[in-house]
Design a protein around this ligand. Structure first.
Ligand code: ATP
Length: 425
């Protein structure tokens, strides 16, 4: 029988078996103290030399981060854990090599490169584990929200023939005798599912972007949470997005108290209604802060930083100029579209839109963007035989994790980041 370390407080006086890593050991006179860590927490185990001299000598020589099973009795103690395990037996399940390429309990953290190079060790730190326990809460909260609200989970192909937006940010792959690409977004397929009559769909899956730049908010492979909903407009799916963000933040606050404490983070307050700021209003805000920006120009990073600094909250930027949004975004009028972004401060978390559903408008938009409708024939076909009006969005799971935990680099929210230079581990 296995006991998790987090259960031990309730087992004072009982005999337990804990399994974990020896993160530290300390000899004090005739006592040896081991710090044992498992997925649920850390505790102390202690052995009196006179109770088992041979084991005492063995433990003294045991390398840090070796994996052990410890059998013993839980007793109250003066240690910072309030309890400790009085060792009766130690089974060394696997001894670690020494020295460690990365310290787990060093007070000064190694640089990010070294940490990522030795990610399996880095992730043993309770603070790193906490980020991913919280990320699991976030993705599961979102998944549960969708299931409870009648969405169908879908899985679309990640090897595709054409670019979603005709962009150049694609990784080519050899598909037998043809050239194919890794999917940058499930956009086209999730829209086809509207024509297929699935009504509301979601997908949580990797997206690949061959973006050359190496920033603290871009990865070359990220987890995209996508939805597409029939008979909805931009405002309809913005409402869903607001709910999804609030549900995830509430669940993190309620279910991850311990992890937030380990990370020394306050739960993010989302208890307000997310502002809707039009692109035109946003450029006026930028101008009033001294930025020069022409109507129709994209919002640069300095502008988003400048205006976003006063908006440390979630807000939507709506009614983007048509020229700045992809061909599948529904026009609002001659100049503006029904495309929106969800921002937190300067950071974009989501982009979404009501989509074009009329095939003629779609073909016209493709041509306007300099794309060849022929390459999109499998997609356009779905519009020619009864495509309902629809809308949707995509959130990057890592970016959402960054915001909810106030992390300064997206790599902190990614187990094994893929960036311009990193392909292993
Ligand atoms: P950005 O302008 O920040 O590069 P984008 O406009 O290319 O993002 P979309 O294609 O609209 O982003 O993707 C939707 C969401 O997916 C983004 O809001 C973001 O959360 C996430 N995302 C997009 N590209 C990346 C990336 N390279 N790394 C991590 N997340 C990304």
């Amino acid at each position: 029988m296995r006991n998790y370390i987090s259960e031990l407080r309730g087992l004072v006086g009982k005999d337990v078996n804990i399994y974990g890593w020896v993160q530290n050991s300390r000899v004090v006179g005739s006592l040896i103290f081991l710090e044992i860590r498992d997925v649920s927490g850390i505790t102390q185990a202690v052995l009196f030399k006179k109770s088992n001299q041979e084991l005492f000598e063995k433990l003294k020589k045991l390398n840090r981060e070796s994996v052990v099973r410890i059998n013993g009795k839980v007793v109250e103690s003066q240690s910072k854990y309030g309890i400790e395990v009085q060792i009766s037996e130690v089974e060394i399940l696997n001894e670690s090599m020494a020295p460690l390429p990365l310290g787990i309990i060093d007070p000064v953290e190694a640089d990010l490169e070294t940490r990522l190079e030795n990610r399996f060790l880095d992730l043993r730190k309770p603070s790193k584990l906490s980020i991913f326990k919280i990320q699991s809460t976030i993705s599961n909260s979102i998944r549960n929200y969708f299931i409870e609200n009648g969405f169908i989970e879908i899985h679309t192909p990640k090897i595709v023939a054409a670019a979603t937006e005709g962009g150049t940010e694609l990784f080519p792959v050899q598909y037998f005798e043809r050239k194919a690409f890794l999917s940058q977004s499930p956009q086209l397929y999730k829209e086809i599912m509207m024509s297929a009559g699935f009504d509301k769909v979601f997908e949580i899956a990797p997206a690949f972007r061959a973006e050359e730049h190496n920033t603290t908010r871009h990865l070359n492979e990220f987890t995209s949470i996508d939805i597409e909903v029939s008979f909805h407009d931009d405002e309809g799916v913005m409402k869903i997005l607001e709910d999804v963000i609030k549900v995830s933040a509430d669940n993190v606050r309620d279910k991850n108290k311990k992890e937030l404490e380990i990370l020394n983070k306050e739960p993010l307050n989302t208890n307000y209604s997310f502002k809707r700021i039009t692109y035109s209003e946003y450029i006026n805000m930028a101008r009033s802060k001294g930025f020069e920006i022409k109507d129709g120009e994209d919002l640069s990073t300095p502008i988003l930083k400048g205006v976003g600094a006063d908006l440390k909250e979630f807000y939507f930027i709506t009614r983007w100029p048509r020229d700045l949004k992809p061909f599948y975004v529904q026009p609002y009028d001659e100049k503006y579209s029904r495309g929106f972004d969800l921002q937190y401060g300067e950071l974009e978390i989501t982009s979404g839109a009501q989509r074009v559903h009329n095939p003629e408008v779609l073909i016209e938009n493709l041509k306007k963007k300099g794309l060849n409708p022929e390459s999109f024939s499998f997609y356009i076909k779905a519009f020619q035989y009864g495509m309902p009006p629809h809308a949707g969005w995509a959130i990057g799971l890592e970016r959402l994790t960054m915001v909810l935990l106030d992390l300064n680099n997206i790599r902190e929210a990614t187990l094994f980041p893929r960036d311009r230079t990193r392909l292993t581990p």
